[in-house]
Design a binder for this molecule. Structure first.
Ligand code: ARG
Length: 458
């Protein structure tokens, strides 16, 4: 029999029950639902809205349900419409009439808004600590490779010399911004909606601030319609998670390239790669491909949420029940990707000799040759043109700037001297880029120290 049996003359059709039910996916919020109910019952008792003794009975009952759900002694009833109805019904079955008073001055509309906020607050915290772990792994790898020269790319064409450490640290900057966004989303969702009730608040003398305090919220929502119809916090979190996934996907794409025989800049640990059922030689970077693939799925979750909300009149509409699967999938997927990527990064083996070999081809020191002339007073645009001509000559002779004889340099510009070879050595090129944020080893060591300090701060 449904809770609303009084108004209805018929049971709901079985197909309606199945269609309407959310317990298969909102049961994961049982701890939050019970915590919210305990805080609500505490406040109802303190305000004498229900008898303090009944409040105590309710809290005891809720605690026993919590421990039975935790231990697996009590199973969710798939017939229940949602987690809120399931727990209320179970409470009344356990403690009798007092249980029927729990829902005084509350609606499932503000209850579900509370539960999701509590759940996502924790989920955001979990993601933040995982992102910190990934940053640590990247810093540890980067620290070993502050002198490992590799080509930096633009348009995926070899461009200028950098180090592997510098390259990895770029991802740490992205991930630090992800932490900021996750924190921001978490702080903005930390507002307590109970007391909004169905949509119009209540005539009972609630103490909403007390409930907020009991549940660790920083404030209470200030409009009852908004309190029950706002899902910005789901969208913001899914947005932050989408950007995080985009970063993981870009890193994955690079790892995929670096693992290929075309690059062979790194070797993944065998435990973090897969083979082929037919090609005996294959070692595939499936993890990174899956991360790249799952990124699209998280974008889909964000799009689900945005689209779900765009046409909804105030206040609650059942469309909003669709929020949970999307936002849960986004946080679950990101957590899963991070969990697998962290040890993969820890165990991957960079191959400096291959990076160095790639750096030696492709004229990535051409800018430095032009800068050499500029330092000798040649205007940069002229120096650029002279060096371009030298590169063309090298291509024609199948040689490199390092191997081109000094006569060939001098034939184009009298300012070239023997020290050009020192100036265009890749090690000089990297070490000379001491600008703040640059790839010079001492700058990268500073970057690593600053990033490590930033994640330890909180
Ligand atoms: N299961 C519902 C949801 O997730 C709870 C709120 C139901 N409210 C209502 N008025 N039917 O949105």
């Amino acid at each position: 029999m449904k809770l609303w049996a009084g108004r209805f003359s018929k049971e709901a059709d079985e197909r309606v029950n199945d269609f309407n039910s959310s317990i298969s996916f909102d049961s994961r919020m049982y701890r939050q639902d019970i915590a919210g109910s305990i805080a609500h019952a505490t406040m109802l008792g303190e305000q004498n809205i229900i008898a303090p003794s009944e409040s105590e009975t309710i809290i005891k009952g809720l605690k026993s349900i919590l421990s039975d759900l935790d231990s697996g002694k009590l199973a969710f009833d798939p017939e229940a419409e949602d987690i809120h109805m399931f727990i209320e019904a179970e409470l009344t079955a356990r403690i009798g009439d007092a249980g029927k008073r729990l829902h005084t001055a509350r609606s499932r509309n503000d209850q579900v808004a509370l539960d999701i906020r509590l759940y996502l607050r924790e989920a955001a915290e979990g993601l933040i600590s995982q992102v910190k772990e990934l940053i640590c792994s990247l810093c540890n790898q980067a620290e070993q490779h502050t002198e490992t020269v590799m080509p930096g790319y633009t348009h995926l064409q070899r461009a200028q010399p950098i180090t592997f450490g510098h390259h990895l640290m770029a991802y740490c900057q992205m991930l630090l911004r992800d932490i900021d966004r996750l924190k921001d989303a978490k702080n903005r969702m930390n507002v307590m909606p109970l007391g909004s009730c169905a949509l119009a608040g209540t005539t009972y003398p609630l103490n909403r601030e007390r409930v907020a305090e009991l549940l660790g919220f920083s404030s209470v929502t200030l409009n009852s319609l908004d309190g029950v119809s706002d899902r910005d916090f789901c969208i913001e979190l899914a947005g932050a998670v989408s950007i995080l996934m985009m970063h993981l996907s870009r890193l994955s794409e690079e790892i995929i390239l670096w693992c290929s025989w075309e690059f062979k800049f790194i070797e993944l640990d065998d435990a973090f790669a897969t083979g082929s059922s037919i090609m005996p030689q294959k070692k595939n970077p499936d993890i990174t491909e899956l991360v790249r693939g799952k990124t699209g799925r998280v974008y889909g979750d964000l799009n689900t949420l945005l689209t779900m909300m765009k046409g909804l009149p105030l206040a609650y509409n059942k469309d909003m029940q669709e929020d949970k699967e999307a936002v849960f999938d986004a946080v679950d997927t990101a957590a899963l990707c991070l969990k697998t990527m962290i040890p993969m990064i820890d165990t991957m083996k960079p191959i400096p000799s291959n990076m160095r070999r790639a750096a030696a081809k492709g004229f990535i020191n051409a800018t430095d040759a032009a800068d050499y002339l500029t330092r000798k007073g040649v205007p940069f645009r002229d120096a650029y043109k002279i060096t371009g001509t030298l590169v063309a000559q090298c291509i024609e002779k199948d040689t490199t700037l390092e191997e081109l004889p000094l006569e060939d340099y001098k034939a184009l510009c009298g300012e070239f001297e023997e020290d050009i070879y020192q100036a265009i050595s890749l090690e000089t090129c990297v070490k000379g880029r001491t600008v703040v944020g640059g790839p010079a080893p001492e700058r990268v060591k500073e970057q690593i120290a600053a990033v490590r300090a930033a994640i330890q701060e909180e």
